[in-house]
Design a protein. Structure first.
Ligand code: SAH
Length: 226
C-alpha cells in the first residue's frame, strides 16, 4: 500500500484510543443505558467519531460525552445520537430525513447509514464545510447539504418522513411541522438552558401528537446564518 493510503486507512479505522475496541466498549455502554435497536448500535460501532473531532480531542471520541467542535458548538453525546436515531426509526424505516444542525456531521453519518436520504441544514458555513469533507471521506453519497437557517426547514425537498433537530428552540418551529409527512416523526429538544425536553412529534393527517422522552441539554437553535 502507498504511504498515503496507509495513513488514510489508519485515520478512518483508528488506532489506540480511537480503535475499534474503544468503539465496541462505547456500544456496550449504550446498550447498558437502554439503547436496543441493534442496527443503530451496529452503525455506532462502525462510524469513526474521532474523524469529526479536532486531533487534540480525538482520543476522547469514544467517551459518552458531548465535546467542543469550535464556534461555541458541540458534537452531541453518543447516547443522545443513538437515542434520537432509535426513536426516529421506531415506527419503521425512513426514506427521507431532514436534519437541522449538521454541526460536526457525526449524527448525519449515523443517519445516512440507516435511511434512504439525509437532507442536512447548518447555519454556520465553516462547520458545514468541515462536515462535508468528513462525510465525503466516509464515502457517504446519500446526503444533501444546505447552508441556511434550519428554523425554516428545507421546503424544496419536503415532505420528510423523519426530522431531527440537534439544537434547542423555545418552541417547535411551524415550518418543520408543515414539512413533516403524514405518519412522519420528528425528534427535537425544546426549552432553554437547564430546562429542555427531548420530544417526539408524530403526525397523523392534521393531528400532531407530542410525547416527552427525556430531560436533555443542547446548544440553542439560533435564527439566521453566518
Ligand atoms: N448533531 C451535531 C450537533 C451539533 S450542535 C453533532 O453531533 O455534531 C448543534 C448545531 O446546530 C450547531 O452546529 C449549530 O450551529 C446548529 N444550529 C443552531 N441553530 C441552527 C439553525 N437555526 N439552523 C441550522 N443549524 C443550526
Amino acid at each position: 500500500m502507498a504511504k498515503d493510503m496507509i495513513w488514510r486507512s489508519e485515520r478512518l479505522s483508528g488506532i489506540g484510543m480511537t480503535s475499534q475496541r474503544t468503539r465496541t466498549r462505547l456500544v456496550n455502554l449504550l446498550r447498558g443505558e437502554g439503547i436496543s435497536n441493534e442496527r443503530v448500535l451496529e452503525v455506532i460501532e462502525s462510524v469513526p467519531r474521532h474523524i469529526f473531532l479536532d486531533e487534540a480531542l480525538a482520543s476522547r471520541a469514544y467517551e459518552n460525552v458531548a465535546l467542543p467542535i469550535g464556534f461555541g458548538q458541540t458534537i452531541s453525546q453518543p447516547y443522545i445520537v443513538a437515542k434520537m436515531t432509535e426513536v426516529l426509526l421506531a415506527a419503521g424505516p425512513c426514506q427521507r430525513v431532514l436534519e437541522i444542525g449538521t454541526g460536526s456531521g457525526y449524527q448525519t453519518a449515523v443517519l445516512a447509514s440507516l435511511v434512504g436520504e439525509v437532507f442536512t441544514v447548518e447555519r454556520i458555513a465553516a462547520l458545514l464545510n468541515r462536515a462535508m469533507i468528513c462525510l465525503g471521506e466516509l464515502g457517504l453519497a446519500n446526503i444533501q447539504f444546505h447552508h441556511s437557517d434550519g428554523i425554516l426547514g428545507w421546503q424544496e425537498h419536503a415532505p420528510y418522513d423523519g426530522i431531527i433537530v440537534t439544537a434547542a428552540g423555545t418552541q417547535v418551529p411551524d415550518s418543520l411541522l408543515r414539512q413533516l409527512a403524514d405518519k412522519g416523526r420528528m425528534v427535537l429538544p425544546v426549552g432553554v438552558d437547564d430546562f429542555q425536553q427531548l420530544r417526539l412529534i408524530s403526525r397523523e393527517g392534521d393531528q400532531f401528537n407530542e410525547e416527552v422522552l427525556d430531560a436533555v441539554r443542547f446548544v440553542p437553535l439560533l435564527e439566521g446564518k453566518q
